[in-house]
Design a binder for this molecule. Structure first.
Ligand SMILES: CC(C)(COP(=O)(O)OP(=O)(O)OC[C@H]1O[C@@H](n2cnc3c(N)ncnc32)[C@H](O)[C@@H]1OP(=O)(O)O)[C@@H](O)C(=O)NCCC(=O)NCCS
Length: 176
């Protein structure tokens, strides 16, 4: 696995911060006039990828949408703003957080509508995984998210091991 020579050994988390704003149009909504969950997930994926791309400066693929909370509905005509940053970089993967707000355009009220955590993996132009720089937290909030990313990774690894063991046991039962 290579490390891109153009990349520094580390980048600050603040240098990965990304933002996108969309106006919600009829094609984005369900029969109640609210933003479709899948459409919001698409916006989250794109905004998350921007932060991962700024960190790795190479191609990235979504490995997992680790967690998503839809807190309040987004309405037709709302302005949706998504902000993302890399929380932590591992070897070739990056934990990215995305937070979403809706601005009710008639009143100017801004509400937090969703939050998500995703994992992106850096890939070179030949399709091989590449090492990414370390991500440096500089503020107390960044440090809190940096530590949260490690807990999510440990939880994911434990869950993957549990599923693997369950499959071994169920295969063994089927064979007997
Ligand atoms: C993501 C992908 C590149 C991982 O490749 P892989 O050969 O399985 O790699 P490994 O299992 O060795 O893991 C590589 C890294 O990805 C991480 N990873 C792999 N699967 C993961 C998952 N489901 N969730 C979180 N992280 C994951 C590993 O933790 C590891 O991170 P590290 O290098 O920082 O330690 C591969 O599964 C892939 O190409 N998936 C399809 C991606 C895609 O098309 N996305 C769009 C979907 S619509």
């Amino acid at each position: 696995m290579s490390f891109m020579k153009e990349n520094p050994a580390a980048r600050t988390i603040s240098s990965t911060q990304s933002e996108m704003t969309e106006i919600i149009l009829p094609n984005d909504t369900n029969t109640l006039g609210n933003l479709l969950g899948g459409r919001l997930m698409h916006f989250i994926d794109l905004t998350g990828a921007m932060a991962a791309y700024r960190h790795s400066r190479t191609n990235v693929v979504t490995a997992a949408m680790d967690h998503i909370d839809f807190i309040r509905p987004v309405h037709l005509g709302d302005l949706v703003t998504l902000r993302s940053s890399v929380n932590r970089a591992f070897s070739t993967s990056m934990d990215v957080g995305v937070k979403v707000w809706a601005e009710r355009t008639r009143t100017g009220e801004v509400v937090h509508v969703a939050s998500a955590y995703l994992v992106f993996v850096a890939i070179d132009d030949q399709g091989h995984r590449v090492r990414v720089p370390a991500a440096l937290p500089e503020t107390a909030d960044e440090l809190r998210r940096f530590e949260g990313a490690m807990r999510r990774r440990e939880h994911r690894d434990a869950e993957a091991a549990r599923r693997k063991q369950a499959k071994i046991e169920s295969d063994a039962q089927e064979e007997s």
